[in-house]
Design a protein around this ligand. Structure first.
Ligand SMILES: *Cc1c(COP(=O)(O)O)cnc(C)c1O
Length: 352
């Protein structure tokens, strides 16, 4: 090792799902199979005439987007923080809120980026084992800690825990910040937003990447008490004043305004999921009850890795990790009905 390398921050980065540049049936990164709300295209066309505005920096307060989100969720503008995908928002949260000597708690089977941010910022952490059915054990989060984060529904399991369960964890952790990552909440059940009035240590993060069909735009947000949002903004302005570009602000606001389209596409995905559940069952797959836009499946007779590779060879991409406890599982994003039909046609043939 060269001398200078000793002082280089070394991290083991998060590995995102593949983004193949050819046309495939893409069920590997939980994107939405439907296009963004029609208002986004209209805004795109309108912006074309204003290319000159790109000379200028964007609004550092992201007011257009923050206002649209505050209206949609009936919260104050001072309760909303936006970032470049919820990955950016969550990373800012780790930096801002997890500065204790005590470990931050999160599940062992969960979004694998949590571990990466903890390592990057040198935050101590402890992974709490989910039970044999992949459920989070809430009592594991009662001991003293430096903060708590978990997704609801959890990823990659797709398991949703009800509000009472979520509140129980928050109630036992009122001296630290608790982050509930609701990337998939629109496909599931009640959000923890209603708990914000009761718990000023709660942060909820959500994203435009899944239910709002805009993964390519990179927009995420946090909703919390004005005090926590202020701390987040202080950290953001100490890092990069202009995280959100002009187009994200406009397109994001347009997407939020169209409540009907959002409800309609979300409903379609849930319908396709309900049907896909039955199809997977017929083929002998087992899985925890899904509440997100993906199903976490395993088959008692077929090796997950072999299945993953056979699917990929046929241009059907799903996600496989092969890591501890989930070696025999595949995460399958819910696509359109047609995409799912193609998947099941392949599986029926493969299993003949
Ligand atoms: C997809 C996802 C995110 C991040 O999404 P962005 O595209 O960065 O908004 C965060 N948490 C979980 C659990 C996710 O699955």
């Amino acid at each position: 090792m060269r001398e200078f390398e000793k002082n280089i921050r070394k991290v083991e980065p998060y590995v995102p799902g593949e983004q193949p540049q050819k046309k495939v049936i893409k069920l590997n990164t939980n994107e939405n199979p439907y296009p963004p709300a029609p208002g986004v295209l209209a805004a795109m066309k309108k912006l074309e005439g204003h290319v000159d505005s790109l000379r200028l920096y964007p609004d550092p307060t992201s007011d257009t987007l923050v206002s649209a989100l505050a209206d949609f969720y009936h919260v104050g503008k001072d309760q909303v923080f936006v970032g470049v995908g919820s990955d950016d928002v969550l990373s800012m949260c780790f930096l801002t809120f997890f500065n204790s000597e005590k470990p931050v708690f999160f599940p062992d089977i969960t979004y694998s980026f949590y571990k990466v941010w903890a390592d990057l910022y040198r935050i101590p952490y402890e992974c709490k084992k989910v039970d044999e059915n992949f459920h989070i054990i809430k009592e594991d989060y009662y001991p003293e800690n430096g903060g708590v984060i978990f997704p609801n529904p959890n990823a990659p399991t797709s398991i949703y825990e009800d509000l009472e369960f979520v509140e129980d964890i928050i109630r036992h952790n009122q001296d630290v910040i608790v982050i509930v990552d609701e990337a998939y909440i629109d496909f599931a059940g009640e959000s923890a937003l209603s708990l914000l009035d009761k718990y000023d240590n709660l942060i909820i993060t959500q994203t435009f990447s899944k239910a709002r069909s805009m993964a390519g735009m990179r927009i995420g947000y946090a909703i919390a008490s004005p005090l926590l949002i202020k701390y987040l903004n202080d950290a953001k302005y100490s890092f990069n004043s202009y995280t959100m570009n002009k187009t994200s602000l406009v397109y994001g606001a347009e997407a939020v305004k169209d409540k009907e389209y959002f409800a309609e596409t979300t409903r379609k995905i849930v319908e396709t999921r309900d049907w896909a559940e039955e199809e997977f069952k017929k083929l002998g797959f087992v899985f925890p009850k899904p509440s997100a836009n993906f199903i976490f499946v395993s088959h008692p007779e077929y090796d997950a890795k072999e299945l993953f590779e056979a699917m990929k060879a046929k241009g059907i991409y799903v996600r496989f990790w092969g890591s501890e406890r989930i070696e025999q599982y595949l995460r399958v994003t819910i696509g359109t009905r047609e995409e799912m039909e193609a998947l099941f046609a392949f599986l029926r043939e493969y299993m003949m």
